[in-house]
Ligand binder design. Structure first.
Ligand code: DAU
Length: 360
């Protein structure tokens, strides 16, 4: 990754959702490896947390939190004015499928209306900036492979897979992708769109599968697997995803979409068993924690399989993941074992007790 090139092109960066899991990893990287000023637009919702950013010395100098709700158009215009961005990295989204089943409203407002407001404010800003800044400017929208629907036993998603979202969450992300593409086709706004597979790693709020299981293992509570556990996800270590996003900003073609997967396909049964084994080995537990696994009622509309073909980004931008699933899982289990206080803090703040969500 050519950080030098990045530094000269992008001095002011507006990151939306920078207090989230992927946004936080991205801001950490930007603070460590660039000299850019980072404006972090985040409404500080239930899963938002700034611990990892606040740990960095650079944060007091170059990280500015703009506590803003994307569904409030005027505030979004104000945030763009204040940050005068050379680059917008749009990660803010409600992202938990189970919560979208219980309460779709929030997803429509945040993911669709929020993206629309940001696009409008970005377009009006971009149209009125000097030519050089205009040429470099990019709006990078971070999306998900869930917009493509569910795969049978074979085949993979790629850049030309048709959209077929099935949950309120994925439908709201698909709508936001369409808006982003429309603002490129109609207004020439220089966008980049990335669709990633399931991210995991440190600092992920413990409602998603991997951190939830680790939290349950630590608490010695029953581990819920939905349905028969043969659903497949393609796991991507968050730092590899950050590499992909930054490469796209540096070298990506405006108007292009890129798929980023982790070469980490696994059934839920396999990944849960592997995590149990890693956990037992690290915690010196003799009787297998697999006995904590219990099969519970399936998620409504549960997508069977996701898998990404990352050939395009690999060939075009020379992106390759650095973390195998085994390595990434080990680092992740280690991190959660060593950061139990962080977990207690965030779940308490969100009033989340590890209960089942999305059975509505
Ligand atoms: O593919 C990318 C997407 O991955 C992102 O866009 C979403 O924001 C992200 O939440 C994720 O969606 P999933 O629904 O795949 O992630 P989740 O961690 O909720 O579930 C992963 C798999 O594990 C899924 O098949 C459901 C299953 N599961 C999940 C939970 C929370 C269980 O079996 N038990 C559980 O308790």
């Amino acid at each position: 990754m050519n950080y030098e090139k990045f530094r000269t092109k992008y001095r002011n960066i507006l990151v939306t959702g920078g207090a989230g899991f992927i946004g936080g990893a991205l801001i950490e990287r930007l603070l460590k490896f660039t000299t850019s000023k980072i404006y972090n637009l985040d409404y500080m919702g239930y899963a938002s947390d700034l611990s990892r950013i606040n740990l960095l010395r650079e944060s007091s100098l170059r990280h500015i939190l703009l506590k803003t709700d994307l569904s409030n158009k005027n505030s979004v215009y104000d945030a763009i004015k204040e940050s005068s961005p050379d680059l917008i990295l749009h990660l803010a989204a409600e992202s938990h499928v189970d919560r979208s089943i219980d309460n779709p409203d929030i997803f429509i407002n945040s993911n669709i209306i929020g993206t629309y407001n940001l696009l409008e404010a970005a377009k009006d800003f971009w149209r009125n900036i000097p030519d050089l800044k205009k040429q470099n400017f990019k709006f990078h929208h971070v999306s998900t492979d869930e917009v493509f629907g569910s795969l049978p036993d074979n085949g993979k998603f790629n850049e030309s897979t048709p959209y077929d979202p099935r949950s309120p969450y994925s439908a709201s992300k698909a709508a936001s992708d369409h808006l982003v593409k429309a603002w490129n086709y109609t207004y020439n706004l220089p966008i980049i769109l990335t669709n990633c597979s399931n991210n995991y790693g440190p600092y992920q709020f413990p409602e998603k599968l991997i951190p939830l299981i680790i939290s349950k293992l630590i608490a010695r509570e029953s581990i819920p697997i939905y349905g028969d556990g043969n659903n497949i996800r393609d796991w991507l270590y968050v730092e590899d995803h950050v590499d992909g996003i930054l490469l796209c900003c540096n070298e990506g073609i405006p108007g292009q979409n890129y798929c980023i997967g982790g070469y980490g396909e696994s059934t839920n049964n396999d990944i849960v068993s592997t995590i149990c084994d890693i956990f037992d080995q690290k915690s010196n537990i003799k009787k297998s924690s697999r006995k904590l696994i219990s099969y519970v009622k399936d998620r409504p509309g549960h997508d069977r399989r996701y898998s990404i073909n990352s050939n395009f980004i690999s060939k075009q931008l020379n992106w390759h993941p650095n973390y195998s699933l085994e390595k990434g899982l080990e680092l992740t289990v280690d991190w959660y074992l060593n950061n139990q206080e962080w977990c207690h803090k965030v779940v308490k703040r969100a009033n989340y007790k590890g209960e089942r969500l999305g059975t509505n």
